[in-house]
Design a protein around this ligand. Structure first.
Ligand SMILES: *[C@@H]1O[C@H](CO)[C@@H](O)[C@H](O)[C@H]1NC(C)=O
Ligand SMILES: *[C@@H]1O[C@H](CO)[C@@H](O)[C@H](O)[C@H]1NC(C)=O
Ligand SMILES: *[C@@H]1O[C@H](CO)[C@@H](O)[C@H](O)[C@H]1NC(C)=O
Ligand SMILES: *[C@@H]1O[C@H](CO)[C@@H](O)[C@H](O)[C@H]1NC(C)=O
Length: 669
């Protein structure tokens, strides 16, 4: 009696335990988290959404055994076994049973899947791209089932980003169904099955507008010389000797599945790839590659030499404030049709550019002309490049119009030195140099490019980044609110234009490597306001115009911006150009173009890209005071030091001017 009750109790308990176990199993069927997301399957209209427990078009998973999943379709109230193989994080393949209304064990249900059951492929909709196989340039022949299209050869070009390839198909007049077309392939997954290698990618071309038209599956093999011999022995097809040197054989699916791709010799389209003859490479001249990183004056773009000095990579600067960084973004690049526009727009562009040195035309210690092979997005070609060494830490670059043919890149049709714009580049940490032309100058006839902007200046006693303020139209209001409220009270709320009322330019007086602009109007007449200060780096003279690279020294300067000052002595005192302070009146131009020292003619002082232009007149050396300027107390302390500066002044000028390049002396062509 007791025994019986005990056993019933036990069996009840046992059944409860079983139920709990089954319940756990149901809850415990979880799909791998990395499968979560939206997937595409050919023939399925809506994206298939997978989360931890459901596949949107299969239902809920309630039990699984390895890669076998028992799915309950809650719409049709039926069960099916789905066997899912993860080929790549972006590709799932599965086989499944019909949906049955009886609930069999997972094992017996899955046995209904026969060997020849359809294999379905799902491709992740927003998958992260992967590096493509067969990188580098290739030529190829292709066959869409109507014969091999061999002449002319089609080509595959690599793109700046390693996950993209550009296929250029050519039409063969003698082969039906061949046509000229350009297709860009974005590689999304690669995997290996036995001896076969698979690739899934999205093909982008003008007619592909849906995922159904874009996703394609490829099977490929690399063919070494020995393999090729074996293949000939196996000989399922006659082969021409050309095939023996083939690098890859590739078959492409005709739809957005991997169905029927069992060999690289069969497919909707088959291709035979051969490595394109390597373009010859040269090294960029040593005076360019002594610094691996170069920056535009505004630090927006970084020029990086790498691959044993054969390659120049141009990219956005990641951190524009970083003085020591300069690491370049090698980000994704969308393919854009390269317009016939001038290369300047290409260089100013938003995209990464890779430029491989291909042919040195003329190289001296200060000038180099060469042909570079450029790749931008998936476009490529050749362009003429001219580098000028302006100082050990300043170079300039001119580029020609892109062309497909190396031979014509540096011809006058594609490159005109007299009109090609310059891009000025500086190293990450340019050396400080003594400023040229020490002394005091009075400033007159200040003209501004933009009066409206010129009014928005900062009223405060710290030096401002005058050019930056003018050219970038800083949010001065914020500055005032945060830091300038004290000053606002003492100066009143008027835009008195004081900061722009430049009266004096002082070069090399407070410190040998700085230039100061001062204005007279202030609340304290004894202390001329230092409006803005610039630190001097290298410079050069070109055709009578002096160019000087500077860094603004002020609290409001953002980033590591540089400016180019251009100035030129006017009037009959041309003899003074070169050594010593410019005598008499000089026109100073500020070039504030974001990436270059502009070559606007000095006579049109307020040239389009200049923010400020004015004349300066020499008022003597640092030590002399004039009626219109007073020395700051701190400057008085420097008086003894200034005598020494005067002694080094000529030396400074010599250093600045000795490595000058005059255009007419460049030994090119
Ligand atoms: C690249 O150029 C720099 C400077 O000329 C040189 O020191 C370096 O050895 C070069 N690198 C290679 C791999 O030639
Ligand atoms: C470069 O920067 C610009 C904006 O400064 C941005 O629009 C562009 O996408 C960037 N390009 C790359 C390749 O990161
Ligand atoms: C500079 O001086 C020249 C002649 O001395 C004059 O023609 C020119 O207008 C002046 N420029 C400015 C900006 O004042
Ligand atoms: C130098 O200036 C003169 C006069 O403005 C001009 O004719 C000449 O083309 C310039 N030379 C160069 C190399 O810019």
């Amino acid at each position: 009696m007791i025994w019986i009750r005990l056993s019933t109790l036990f069996s009840t308990f046992f059944i409860a335990l079983l139920k709990a176990a089954r319940h756990n199993a149901e809850v415990g069927c979880q799909l791998p988290e990395r499968w979560s997301g939206a997937w595409f399957q050919s023939g399925v209209r809506q994206p298939i959404v997978i989360d931890r427990t459901r596949i949107s078009n299969k239902g809920r998973c309630f039990t699984n055994d390895g890669d076998k999943f028992h799915m309950f379709d809650d719409k049709s109230m039926c069960y099916r076994c789905v066997v899912i193989h993860e080929k790549h994080e972006n590709v799932l393949q599965y086989k499944e049973t019909f949906c049955v209304h009886t609930r069999d064990s997972l094992h017996s249900l899955c046995q209904l899947i026969t060997g020849d059951a359809l294999l379905f492929s799902m491709f992740r909709e927003e998958g992260v791209a992967v590096p493509c196989p067969f990188r580098g340039g290739h030529t190829f022949t292709y066959n869409r089932g109507h014969g091999e299209c061999r002449y002319p050869l089609s080509t595959i070009d690599s793109c700046t980003h390693e996950s993209r390839l550009l296929f250029q198909y050519h039409a063969c007049p003698d082969v039906h169904a061949t046509e000229s077309a350009v297709e860009e392939l974005q590689c999304l997954a690669t995997w290996k099955e036995g001896s076969l290698r698979y690739l899934v990618g999205k093909v982008h071309h003008s007619h592909a507008t849906s995922n159904e038209e874009r996703f394609r599956c490829f099977v490929w093999e690399k063919v070494t010389a020995n393999d090729a011999d074996q293949l000939i022995d196996e000989g399922s097809r006659p082969r021409s000797p050309d095939d023996v040197s083939a690098d890859y054989r590739v078959a492409q699916s005709g739809d957005a599945t991997c169905n029927g791709l069992f060999s690289p010799l069969e497919g909707s389209k088959t291709m035979t790839l051969k490595k394109a003859p390597a373009t010859s490479k040269c090294r960029y001249p040593p005076w360019l590659t002594t610094s691996t990183h170069w920056h535009t004056l505004d630090y927006s773009r970084t020029y990086l030499f790498h691959h044993r000095n054969t390659t120049l990579h141009i990219a956005n600067t990641t951190n524009s404030n970083s003085d020591g960084g300069g690491a370049a973004t090698l980000g994704n690049t969308a393919a854009q049709q390269l317009t016939a526009a001038h290369a300047q727009s290409l260089m100013d562009g938003q995209q990464d550019i890779r430029l491989v040195c291909t042919e040195l035309k003329a190289v001296s210690t200060e000038v180099a002309q060469l042909v570079g092979h450029y790749t931008m997005g998936c476009q490529n070609g050749f362009m003429c490049m001219m580098f000028y060494k302006r100082d050990s830490h300043v170079i300039e670059l001119q580029t020609g119009t892109p062309t497909k043919r190396l031979e014509e890149a540096c011809t006058s049709a594609y490159f005109d030195r007299s009109s090609a714009p310059y891009i000025t580049l500086v190293t990450t940490n340019p050396e400080q140099r003594k400023c040229p032309h020490f002394g005091r100058y009075s400033v007159s006839g200040v003209t501004r490019r933009d009066q409206r902007r010129a009014r928005s200046h900062e009223i405060q006693s710290h030096p401002i980044d005058l050019i930056g303020t003018l050219s970038h139209g800083y949010a001065n209001q914020n500055y005032r609110r945060s830091a300038g409220s004290r000053n606002l009270q003492s100066f009143g709320d008027d835009d008195d234009g004081c900061s722009l009322d430049l009266k004096t330019l002082v070069v090399g007086c407070s410190a040998s490597d700085t230039m100061e602009f001062r204005s007279d109007c202030d609340n304290s007449p004894d202390k001329p306001r230092v409006t803005s200060v610039y630190q001097c780096h290298g410079g050069w003279v070109e055709n009578g115009t002096h160019y000087l690279i500077t860094t603004p020294l002020s609290r409001s300067s953002r980033g590591a911006r540089r400016y180019c000052f251009a100035y030129e002595a006017t009037g009959g005192s041309s003899a003074s150009v070169g050594l010593g302070p410019p005598a008499g009146a000089s026109v100073i131009r500020f070039s504030t173009s974001s990436n270059t020292c502009t070559r606007d003619s000095a006579s049109t002082a307020a040239g389009a890209s200049n923010v400020l232009a004015f004349n300066i007149t020499n008022q003597g050396q640092c030590t002399e005071t004039s009626s219109s300027t007073r020395l700051e107390p701190s400057a008085l302390l420097h008086l003894t030091a200034l005598l020494q500066f005067l002694l080094v002044m000529h030396f400074a000028n010599l250093r600045l001017h000795s490595p000058l390049i005059s255009h007419s002396r460049i030994p090119v062509r």
